[in-house]
Design a protein around this ligand. Structure first.
Ligand code: EMZ
Length: 387
């Protein structure tokens, strides 16, 4: 097996029953593993709701470390649509030319600096830096702020010792509170100020609602983006030919990004709360229990994807659910896609090959399923393309 592979731990269960079980903090989860069931359930927000107690639809559950409702993600239609419409144009800004140009410049200078080094730890010294700097563009705030976020490490709720680290989460909440107060005192052109000036149903957003959008923006796109970047580097280290193809056929880069998102599935799953006794693929689901939409499993479903365990960088038909599905699909997807596209094209332009020296896999423990999601560390060297 190649080091960059991410094996699919769900295959057997997906084929046998379509269901997996997980006891998460005594609030068990039935995991839906098939593409068809995942999509159908994601659509049915009346039976499978998101607007439960804040944190309960996340796996592992965050009910013990978070009181703030993340918006729009922990809401259901029709309210969900009002908030989504409010933030959607802002989160489409990554398509604008000046945004793309700045992101390109950030990534180019990071890759250039990395090419100078004999060994780089890709998670902390590359992916985290790239993600944090790019986030300053998404929030439209000064570049220097990235240093603070880099100092928090890769995940805002997890630490070395614990999956759910309340102290660490509080650093983020306190930080956001301070930033909201600042934006109230001196409004600017940033996301906080935009939200504070917005209205839903003719009423200004409350501080708590602004905080809800900001927590989602910080937390949802952090380890996910970091894993996508790091996994892409590990993949390219073993597939120099793909770098070559991106140079010769840059038009396939968009497809390559989608394929990597399918294969890496940076977010394994997302939960829903069942509102009434029902059935999914002949399995009984009890009211007030939890189900999960397992994107990572759906993305390897051989009923939908040919050779699901291979990265086919120009895969033609790719109905992956790596960014979720239906009305809750990832708000940050435009930003994430731009990061990945620019990263792949910059690497193709400047890098001949990548060597990996040492790594430690990051395995997500889902009891019956042990899923490699990326790395705890990955030491590598980028070798320049000599023209
Ligand atoms: C939540 C989640 C959002 C959660 C779309 O995913 O991402 C997780 O990483 C966070 O821990 O709070 O934001």
């Amino acid at each position: 097996m190649q080091n960059s592979e991410l094996p699919d731990p769900f295959e057997k269960a997906r084929e046998a029953s379509g269901i997996g079980y997980l006891n998460d903090q005594n609030d068990p989860v039935k995991m839906l593993l098939r593409h068809k069931d995942v999509r159908k359930t994601a659509h049915d927000y009346k039976t499978f709701q998101s607007a439960a107690i804040p944190g309960r639809i996340v796996i592992p559950s965050e009910v013990n470390i978070r009181k703030t409702r993340q918006i729009p993600f922990e809401l259901d239609p029709p309210i969900h649509g009002l908030y989504r419409a409010l933030v959607e144009p802002w989160f489409k800004r990554p398509l604008q030319e000046d945004y793309t140009a700045e992101l390109n410049q950030q990534i180019t200078s990071l890759v250039d600096a990395t090419l100078e080094k004999d060994s780089v730890e890709i998670i902390n010294d590359f992916a985290l830096v790239l993600q944090s700097r790019a986030l300053t563009l998404l929030l439209n705030i000064p570049f220097e702020e990235a240093e603070t976020w880099i100092s928090w490490g890769t995940h805002v709720f997890r630490s070395e010792d614990s999956d759910l680290d309340a102290d660490k989460a509080n650093i983020l909440y306190d930080y956001i509170d301070v930033q909201i107060e600042k934006a109230i005192r001196t409004p600017g052109e940033d996301l906080y100020s935009m939200l504070l000036a917005s209205e839903v149903h003719g009423k200004k957003l409350t501080k708590e609602e602004v905080k809800g959008v900001m927590v989602l923006t910080f937390a949802g796109g952090r380890d996910t983006v970091i894993n996508a970047i790091t996994n892409a580097i590990a993949y390219l280290a073993e597939h120099q030919d793909s770098l070559e193809r991106f140079r010769k056929e840059p038009e396939i880069i968009g497809k390559a990004v989608e394929e990597m998102i399918r294969y890496f599935s940076p977010l394994t799953q997302m939960g829903r709360i069942v509102t009434e006794d029902t059935q999914v693929c002949e399995h009984a689901m009890k009211a007030d229990s939890r189900v999960s939409l397992c994107w990572a499993s759906a993305n390897r479903d051989s009923a939908v994807f040919e050779n699901p365990n291979e990265i086919i960088i120009d895969r033609k038909v790719n109905p992956h659910v790596g960014f979720g599905f239906s009305h809750h699909n990832c708000l940050g997807a435009t930003h994430a896609r731009q990061i990945m596209r620019i990263l792949l094209s910059t690497l193709a332009e400047k890098v001949a090959s990548i060597e990996v020296f040492d790594f430690k896999e990051n395995i997500e423990d889902l009891q019956d399923f042990q899923r490699k999601v990326g790395y705890d560390f990955l030491y590598a060297k980028l070798n320049p393309l000599t023209k």
